[in-house]
Design a protein around this ligand. Structure first.
Ligand code: FAD
Ligand code: FES
Length: 277
């Protein structure tokens, strides 16, 4: 029965542009030949289907206030993502979605916002930041803390320069390992928290990155006085159906595909460190 559900049938999208972000990470710009508009919430994901190869969940990295094209920033790690990396402008893939929960950008109006990203975790957070910047007057202090392994792993470099030039956004960047050219902070992303200015009791934090990073960041933020219910993280888990039917992403009564991937920290903190999460 569910096979006839529109959420199980991929729509055809063609690749309009490809931008290499780093050695192994690239951004695909997809458009619908039928001129379908894709409205989505910041933090949601799509299932990208490479015909004859397979399907993968990938977050939307574009601007939720611009719905004519779909952006995905992808790290080539395995069968499907490596195949996506070989694709060219004009090639067609299947797309299902958008799926899942989202960052609480509307609910956080009037608050200080801390966006904390590790590595490719900036991709699912970029829509939240772009949305907040589009309605900047609705928020108090807005801060981006971003850490990668090396300077070569930094995503969206030219955009980061524009963000840094803004007076209404604080941007702090760090790398785990320095290089001859690097003049910025060195150390894990948690070391940036003490540099940022925010009022803990009025702060909403949105965190995405490796699980261990999200765990340490949320512990540190709570130590600083950020309320645990105002801390949000995005989880990754293997997915097949993406709509809560196959059980692939299930942990107890939680389905990461439909209850997540964005969760308030108290709801999933007991799952951190468990196998496959
Ligand atoms: C909700 C959600 C959102 C996601 N958003 C993004 C996104 O925006 N961009 C993105 O690049 N990925 C994202 N991912 C991860 C992405 O789905 C996986 O990287 C992808 O499924 C790997 O598929 P594959 O067929 O290329 O690799 P596989 O052949 O399945 O795996 C190959 C090898 O890579 C390893 N591997 C798998 N995933 C990762 C990973 N994330 N990092 C390092 N090694 C890995 C596997 O353990 C395996 O050894 C997201 C996942 C979820 C659940
Ligand atoms: S992916 Fe099938 S239940 Fe979540």
């Amino acid at each position: 029965m569910f096979l006839s559900s529109p959420s199980m049938i991929p729509q055809l999208f063609s690749i309009q542009n490809i931008k290499n972000e780093t050695r192994d990470t690239f951004t695909l710009e997809l458009v619908s030949p039928d001129k379908l508009n894709i409205s989505f919430h910041a933090g949601q994901f799509m299932m990208l289907y490479v015909f004859g190869i397979g399907e993968v969940p990938i977050s939307i990295s574009g601007n939720p206030t611009k719905t004519t094209k779909l952006l995905h920033t992808i790290r080539a790690v395995g069968t499907v993502t490596k195949q996506l990396k070989t694709m060219k402008r004009g090639d067609v893939i299947g797309v299902r979605g958008p799926f899942g929960s989202h960052w609480p950008v509307d609910e956080s109006q009037g608050k200080d916002i801390l966006i904390v990203a590790g590595g490719i975790g900036l991709a699912p957070l970029r829509p939240a930041l772009l949305y907040i910047l589009a309605y900047r007057q609705r928020y108090r202090k807005v801060t981006l803390l971003y850490g990668t392994r090396t300077a070569d792993d930094l995503l969206f470099l030219s955009e980061i320069e524009q963000w840094r030039a803004r007076l209404d956004l604080d941007v702090y960047i760090t790398v785990d390992r320095s290089s001859k050219e690097w003049r910025g902070n060195v150390g894990v992303v948690t070391t940036l928290i003490s540099k940022a200015t925010f009022e803990p009791s009025k702060t909403v934090a949105m965190i995405c990155g490796p699980e261990i990073m999200m765990r340490f960041v949320s512990v540190e933020l709570q130590r600083c006085g950020v309320l645990v219910e105002n801390i949000f993280v995005s989880l990754e888990r293997n997915m097949k159906c993406a709509i809560g039917l196959c059980g692939h992403c299930q942990y107890g009564n939680i389905f990461v595909c439909k209850d997540g991937p964005v969760f308030a920290f108290p709801k999933i903190q007991h799952l951190f460190g468990k196998r496959e999460l």
